[in-house]
Design a protein around this ligand. Structure first.
Ligand SMILES: NC(=O)c1ccc[n+]([C@@H]2O[C@H](COP(=O)([O-])OP(=O)(O)OC[C@H]3O[C@@H](n4cnc5c(N)ncnc54)[C@H](O)[C@@H]3O)[C@@H](O)[C@H]2O)c1
Length: 287
């Protein structure tokens, strides 16, 4: 026993059980192994129509998960569902706006009734509306409009709150053995120039992963966040070569990440049953 640490009372020990192979060690009733197998698990991925969301959906489907692919864009979703099927798994499309409470409540009710359960959610849907807080030029001061602030907060922060709340409520109701909530944060959670709204939201969702780890552990729900650096999505592909080169030169690994790298971090959080409440930076060392 570590000096100074309180001894577990016998009643607690009794409730948790003694490990018969190692009498000095205790295991909880909930802990059934070291890893969670995502095969046949129902996992919601928001913003799955393209980019990182599609990569995450594909990775989970390739491991046998039943992926509920959520987005605003129906045509993009149809493509993602096909990608999931081609990866050897299962995907189903659900149209919903994560920033709307009614949509999110209906989404999780539909997922449970159509896919027969719920074991996790990846809160990936996100937008940017970059701008400076204030800008002074030629004697004129311009300010970031409240609308511009609010649009990003609504999707990137409130959307994550709504989806996690509904997912947790459903998983508790269903009595899942092990549930997982993953929030996609960003390098910007440290504070990025021109991104007051985005940085606030991305810092918020990393903090929420910690809050929910503490609140939801009693229901066997683990949490985590992944903070991508610069990843090869449509946005990056559309940049001028010069601007892209500048971005790459700042990355210690001297390359842009792929959606698969982010999907691997998400999968790690699902699979490692002793992981909860932390944020995995997946950024080639950029931070
Ligand atoms: N691409 C990167 O380099 C990078 C870096 C750090 C963090 N991120 C984060 O990763 C996530 C995915 O980024 P991406 O680059 O793939 O973005 P993207 O714009 O390519 O895709 C986002 C998807 O979310 C959907 N979406 C947007 N608002 C929605 C809403 N209200 N309800 C439902 N769906 C909605 C869009 O339709 C789109 O399909 C975002 O949260 C983003 O902030 C991305």
């Amino acid at each position: 026993m570590i000096q100074g640490q309180p001894r577990l009372s016998e009643s607690v020990i009794g409730a948790r059980g003694r490990d018969s192979h190692n009498p000095g060690r205790f295991h909880t009733q909930q802990t059934t192994g070291f890893s969670m197998d995502v095969k046949d698990k129902v996992i919601v991925v928001t913003g799955a129509g393209r980019g990182l969301g599609r990569g995450i959906a594909k990775m989970l489907a390739s491991k046998g998960a039943k992926v509920a692919c959520v987005d605003l864009n129906e045509a993009d979703l149809a493509e993602t569902v096909q990608v999931c099927k081609d990866a050897g798994g299962d995907g189903q499309a659900f149209i919903a706006n994560v920033a709307k409470e009614d949509d999110v409540e209906k989404l999780f009710a539909d997922v449970v009734s159509e896919l027969g359960g719920l074991h996790g959610v990846v809160n990936n849907a996100g937008i940017t509306r970059d701008g400076l807080l204030v800008k002074a030029k030629d004697g004129q001061i311009t300010k970031m409009p409240l609308q511009q602030w609010q649009a990003v907060i609504d999707v990137n922060l409130t959307g994550v709150f709504l989806c996690a709340r509904e997912a947790a409520a459903k998983m508790i109701e269903l009595g899942v053995d092990e549930g997982v909530i993953v929030n996609i944060s960003s390098l910007a959670r440290q504070g990025s120039f021109g991104q007051s709204n985005y940085s606030a939201a991305k810092s918020g969702v990393a903090a929420l992963a910690e809050v929910w780890a503490k609140e939801l552990a009693r229901y066997n729900i683990r949490t985590g966040a992944v903070a991508p650096g610069t990843i090869n999505t449509d946005m990056i592909a559309a940049m001028k070569a010069e601007a892209r080169d500048r971005l790459v030169s700042a990355v210690p690994l001297k390359r842009i990440g792929e959606p698969e790298h982010i999907a691997m971090s998400v999968l790690f959080i699902f699979e490692n049953s002793y992981f909860t409440g932390r944020c995995i930076d997946t950024d080639g060392g950029l931070r």
